[in-house]
Write a protein that binds this ligand. Structure first.
Ligand SMILES: Cc1cc2nc3c(=O)[nH]c(=O)nc-3n(C[C@H](O)[C@H](O)[C@H](O)COP(=O)(O)OP(=O)(O)OC[C@H]3O[C@@H](n4cnc5c(N)ncnc54)[C@H](O)[C@@H]3O)c2cc1C
Length: 341
């Protein structure tokens, strides 16, 4: 069981800035996200698009914003638990216990839900038989590429993930890239690299085709694909990697007994606490009169919520409002003492 002051659910821009606002108040946080990296919508939906309404930053991309937020919170040495979805929230006296789908447990007096529009989850293969092979020979993400070394891989998808991994894994494995259209959506540069490898017989490309069946008992032995002209081809393979994009699922958050308004959590705009004391909701996932789903609104919300988190985590201490420009305590927490001497 991991003990901390605040459990943050979601490593989107708002969850990341929550680490900062808690950290300068001396509170420790653990951050959990279902994705394999920080940044939420900014990194998953528009990493290269410029944002123009972050105060004092005239222009930055989703990736640049994420990188800068990570840099800003680096002094706090926070633990991030990626590829884990928070499934359960249970009350234990003054504390909350949070359980993930990988059976990791956390305990804290505060939970900050910065879950955005819900957890990003891979769009899975529609075939019924796909389920029994999941995480054994069917994968929707790559966490350890060693698993795929010296294997026959069928990589499905037409976007950047499918192209990037086809290129990368072709260095150590036999790769077949399959897509339901002739045109790929991924970066033209990556595609031209793959086409070069195809000419050298190092990668095989099959389009336009769909997966129609998976054969095998314990492990996958082969798959059948169907082309537009109804022709069926059998391909021997050890592993399927499928990159059909992500869907956003509110999922378990709806079952934690929180007051919801459609698909968002109602909060008190004084401190962004939900109807459960110690559970806060911030960023796109929360609603209150006048709520704007903007990053800057989320930044304001975590500043206020973190004050209430402090009161719950340190009931015997008085909260003191301080400026970062003048507070030696805050500067110490940011590791700046030496720099300012
Ligand atoms: C194309 C586009 C352009 C945009 N442009 C702008 C703009 O110019 N300016 C602006 O201010 N805003 C913009 N936005 C909106 C902005 O991106 C969102 O307001 C912001 O991302 C919300 O941040 P968040 O941290 O609340 O949630 P998110 O960014 O959605 O992050 C939430 C995270 O929580 C995780 N999560 C959810 N549930 C769970 C769970 N149960 N367990 C584990 N993890 C979970 C998700 O995987 C996700 O990573 C834009 C949005 C889009 C889609």
């Amino acid at each position: 069981m991991i003990k901390t002051d605040v459990i943050i659910i979601g490593a989107g821009p708002v969850g990341l800035f929550a680490v900062h606002q808690l950290g300068i108040k001396g509170l420790k946080a653990e951050v959990i996200d279902n994705l394999d990296k920080a940044g939420g919508q900014c990194i998953e939906l528009y990493p290269e698009k410029p944002i123009y309404d972050i105060p004092a930053i005239p222009e930055c991309t989703g990736k640049e914003l994420t990188d800068n937020l990570l840099k800003q919170i680096s002094p706090f040495e926070t633990n991030f638990h990626y590829n884990e979805r928070v499934d359960e929230v249970i009350q234990e006296k003054e504390n909350w216990i949070v359980k993930t789908n990988k059976d990791k447990k956390f305990i804290a007096p505060n939970i900050m839900i910065a879950g955005g529009v819900g957890s990003f989850e891979p769009r899975k293969l529609a075939l019924k038989e796909a389920e029994k092979f999941e995480n054994k020979s069917i994968f929707y993400s790559v966490t350890n590429k060693e698993v795929f070394k010296n294997k026959s891989l069928c990589i499905f998808g037409g976007g950047d993930s499918a192209l990037d991994w086809a290129l990368e894994l072709s260095k150590t494995s036999k790769v077949t890239l399959l897509h339901r259209r002739n045109e790929f959506r991924g970066a033209p540069h990556t595609l031209s690299e793959i086409k070069k490898l195809e000419k050298q017989n190092k990668i095989s490309i099959k389009t336009p085709c769909q997966l129609i069946s998976i054969k095998g008992e314990k492990d996958i032995e082969s798959i059948d694909i169907k082309y537009e002209d109804e022709k069926i081809e059998k391909i021997k393979t050890d592993i399927i990697l499928s990159f059909f994009g992500l869907i956003m699922k509110l999922g378990p958050i709806a079952e934690w007994g929180l007051n919801m308004d459609k698909k968002v959590i109602s909060v008190n705009a004084d401190n962004f606490q939900t109807n459960k004391p110690g559970i806060f909701a911030v960023g796109d996932i929360c609603t209150y009169p006048g709520k704007l789903k903007l990053i800057l609104s989320g930044f304001h919300e975590v500043a206020l919520a973190s004050v209430e988190c402090f009161k719950r985590a340190r009931p015997n201490e008085k909260y003191r409002f301080e400026f970062t420009t003048s507070s030696k305590t805050i500067q110490g927490r940011l590791g700046l003492e030496k720099k300012n001497d």
